[in-house]
Design a protein around this ligand. Structure first.
Ligand code: ZN
Length: 507
């Protein structure tokens, strides 16, 4: 009788159920795998054989035919080792077929029979639940992650022998201790930042309204320090956001946090030499930096040094909040809803306009550098603030001084402001996400405030897109101040957060 066991293959961040069917044929002993296996799945035959023998069980002396269905879906990864081994043992009559069919299995096998972690355990558990399985057996290190999925029995397994004993009803497997995602509190604190009041305010506005931010200033003025503190002033991840983040990080093969569960807002800071594939995701369908920053912050330091194609590749995720990758047989969608913080020096050497240090760049070098600070991405930046070197006297101010408010107090204001936005814009919708057809109505500026905005637009030749962006930022500043309507002062504050808004370009 053929043995049938179920596993799952990861396509992007989602998993699809795959049935593993094993037939034993009375011919010369060998193993054949059919159904679009990739090289790593074909190699499983040797691992499975060794693992079964090392676990003290007999390896059937037949021709073993392993068929993976649906046949038109490419099977990648090492997660099929465990379902294949169990399916062989079912076909050999060693494991009861009905019990094995109730569980979905995932795990890589070592030659000694240990079960090793796989990518995407959380998504595999989702597939098990949606596929109507009674439960899912995953490698022990993945059990906390998989247990984030509610409505399915998740068990962790250390060895093939343990899995076999459980499926034969001769042993138990541990589940995870379910509970809310623990909140890490070790985020970096704004208290450590000296001075830079305007940039701090811009960071708070960015956190409150979901706006993108560009910071310009010489090296060492605190751009990276500030950006790294943005996750700490954003509201904590909700349970469902934590699940989404964990899916992405798990599909990328990253194991962050306790048991691989992402519990704090991600902060991704790729180097400027990063490729477009690493930034938005590649043909092998691993998520890129833009998706790893989902629900968190994507920080691009020395933004003009990023390759042009990399900068262009970010345009779609900035607009649609997702990355779409084309592949044979369809497309894969990765989530990519991140806050963008870009940083740039005033020139390639970094010291143009510095009060004490000379700039070593030629005028043409400076011009080229400035030129790369325009284009589709910078056009989508809501705020653009200039940072100056901190006055030496302020460097030695102790923590907790007047100007250094801590992240906790800022986060409380941000959370209140998000509640106001949800009530007005719809659940979870920030001011930055307001469409061009609704921003005027929802921002609700006073007559005089609107006149101020129009005056600015006429004077600076701001595009319609730029004007709407100013209105969105004004709305957030008004919300932070608890104002019902956008007043003239809010418009002026928003204008001051775009120090060169005369460079607006209509695409
Ligand atoms: Zn320079």
């Amino acid at each position: 009788m053929p043995g049938v066991v179920h596993g799952a293959v990861l396509v992007g961040v989602d998993a699809t159920v795959v049935s593993v069917e094993v037939d034993l044929l009375r011919r010369l002993p060998s193993v054949a795998i059919v159904g679009l296996p990739s090289a790593s799945v074909r190699e499983a035959a040797e691992r499975v054989r060794s693992a079964i023998l090392s676990s003290g069980m007999e390896f059937p002396r037949f021709r073993i035919l392993i068929s993976l269905a649906p046949a038109d879906l490419r099977k990648q990864g090492t997660g099929f080792d465990l379902p294949m081994a169990v399916a062989i043992l079912v076909a050999a009559g060693r494991v009861p077929a009905e019990r094995a069919a109730r569980w979905m299995l995932a795990g890589e096998l070592s030659l000694g029979g240990e079960v090793r972690p796989v990518r995407g355990a959380l998504s595999i558990a989702c597939a098990a639940r949606d596929g109507g399985f009674g439960g899912v057996i995953v490698p022990r290190p993945c059990v906390e992650e998989a247990a984030l999925v509610e409505g399915v029995d998740v068990r962790g397994v250390r060895t093939l022998a343990e899995a076999v004993a459980f499926l034969c009803g001769e042993g138990e497997l541990e589940g995870a201790s379910r509970g809310a995602v623990s909140r890490a509190t070790d985020a970096l604190d704004l208290r450590d930042v000296r001075g830079q009041e305007e940039a701090r305010f811009a960071l708070e506005v960015a956190a409150a309204g979901g706006h993108n931010l560009l910071m310009e200033g010489p090296p060492g003025c605190g751009k990276t320090m500030l950006a790294a503190r943005l996750p700490g002033i954003l509201p904590p991840l909700s349970q469902s956001e934590a699940v989404e983040c964990t899916r992405v990080h798990s599909a990328a093969g990253l194991r962050s946090g306790l048991g691989g569960v992402v519990s704090t807002r991600p902060f991704r800071a790729p180097h400027h030499s990063v490729s477009a594939a690493a930034m938005v995701g590649a043909a092998d369908l691993r998520p890129g930096e833009a998706s790893l920053a989902h629900h968190g912050v994507l920080f691009l330091d020395e933004f003009p040094e990023f390759r042009r194609d990399v900068r262009e590749a970010l345009r779609a995720p900035l607009e649609d909040r997702v990355v779409v990758l084309a592949r044979a047989g369809g497309r894969v969608v990765f989530p990519a809803n991140f806050a963008l913080v870009a940083a740039a020096n005033p020139c390639p050497c970094g010291y143009w306009g510095h009060p004490t240090r000379p700039c070593l760049c030629s005028p043409s070098q400076r011009q080229r550098y400035r030129a790369s600070l325009s284009g589709p991405i910078v056009d989508r930046v809501d705020m653009r603030v200039e940072l100056r070197p901190v006055e030496p006297a302020r460097l030695f101010e102790g923590p907790g001084s007047e100007a250094s408010e801590g992240s906790h107090a800022v986060r409380e204001r941000v959370e209140r402001c998000r509640l106001v936005q949800s009530a007005r814009n719809g659940p979870g919708r920030t001011n930055a996400s307001l469409g061009s057809d609704e921003v005027l109505q929802l921002a609700d500026p006073r007559e005089c405030a609107l006149r101020e905005l129009v005056r600015h637009v006429e004077k600076r030749g701001t595009s319609a897109r730029g004007a709407r962006r100013l209105l969105r930022v004004s709305r957030t500043i008004a919300d932070l101040g608890g104002a019902e309507r956008v007043e003239t002062e809010h418009i002026r504050a928003a204008i001051s957060l775009r120090f060169d808004s005369d460079e607006e370009v209509v695409p």
